[in-house]
Design a protein around this ligand. Structure first.
Ligand code: OAD
Length: 255
């Protein structure tokens, strides 16, 4: 075993404090076949977010934005949880992880068995009318390739947060409360470039939590906020972490 193995260090922290919270981003679902937003294979390489992901763009041309949303919905629809989602659900069952704050709208944490999930950017499960605010389950109103409409005749928007829209207040309040009160924040698969989600690790750190970051790349958090950076793929890291934490008595000392 490597000296100062960051996975072991993280396991020791998690076992010691037992009040961890996870913050996840698109990177955790990459191994489920859903591309991330940034990077060479990212969705924003294909769709300019200024043109496809702002509330202004949606109001100007909903059919165009629905083309991007349709691609996102079908990618999410086919995906199943991977060992990283399963690992976080297992840590919750073990009483180590308290909740997951996710920026993802794919529902894979719940599908993996996580119970306390804060959906910071909403989800694709429901649609809301831009005129009368009536809500519908997505599967009742949306057919791939179409722009869904309300009984009042206006356009429906998925309950996801587009740029320029506020974070749902309950999600924002709960996420900040979780950040202020956790002992460890496990940040998995986010580039930490989108505000206000990227403030959550800073809030946690300022309140005294240790920040563990799982990401093959460095992010703006790595040098200034992160205590332990585990530079690996989420599924492999979570599988190893859970394996260590399952051993009664805790991880053996480092050599
Ligand atoms: P990004 O696409 O910005 O970042 C994904 C991160 O995951 C990158 O830092 C990758 O290095 C990392 N990554 C890739 N594969 C990984 C793996 N197998 N295991 C672990 N990490 C991996 O996605 P987010 O940070 O989630 O918001 O993006 C934040 C927000 O920007 C999204 O919620 C969305 C987007 O615009 C809105 O649309 C409002």
């Amino acid at each position: 075993m490597k000296a100062h193995d960051p996975v072991r260090q993280a396991a020791r922290l998690l076992r010691g404090r037992r009040d961890a919270v996870a913050l996840t981003g698109a990177g955790i679902s990459v191994e489920s076949g859903i591309p991330a937003f940034r990077g060479s294979q990212g969705l924003w390489g294909k769709y300019d977010p200024a043109e496809y992901a702002t509330i202004g763009a949606f109001m100007r041309n909903p059919a165009k934005v629905w083309r991007m949303l349709s691609e996102m919905a079908s990618l999410c629809g086919d995906a199943v949880p991977n060992p990283a989602h399963a690992g976080l659900a297992e840590l919750e069952r073990m009483g180590i992880l308290r909740s997951v704050i996710t920026q993802n709208v794919d529902g894979l944490h719940q599908a993996a068995g996580s119970r306390q999930v804060i959906e910071y950017h909403g989800n694709m499960e429901s649609l809301v009318c831009i005129a009368c605010w009536k809500q519908y389950p997505t599967r009742e109103r949306w057919v791939d390739g179409t722009t869904p409409s309300c009984d009042c005749g206006q356009i429906l928007k998925p309950n996801v947060v587009l740029f320029g829209e506020p974070i749902p207040w309950l999600a924002q309040e709960s996420a900040e409360e979780e950040a202020r009160t956790c002992g460890v924040l496990l940040v998995v698969g986010t580039s930490a470039q989108v505000s206000p989600a990227c403030d959550i690790p800073r809030i946690a750190r300022k309140a005294g939590a240790a920040v563990v970051e799982v990401n093959p790349e460095e992010t703006p958090l790595t040098a200034s906020v992160t205590d332990i950076h585990i530079p690996g793929a989420a599924s492999e890291v979570l599988r190893t972490l859970v394996g260590i934490l399952r051993v009664p008595g805790g991880p053996p000392p480092e050599h």
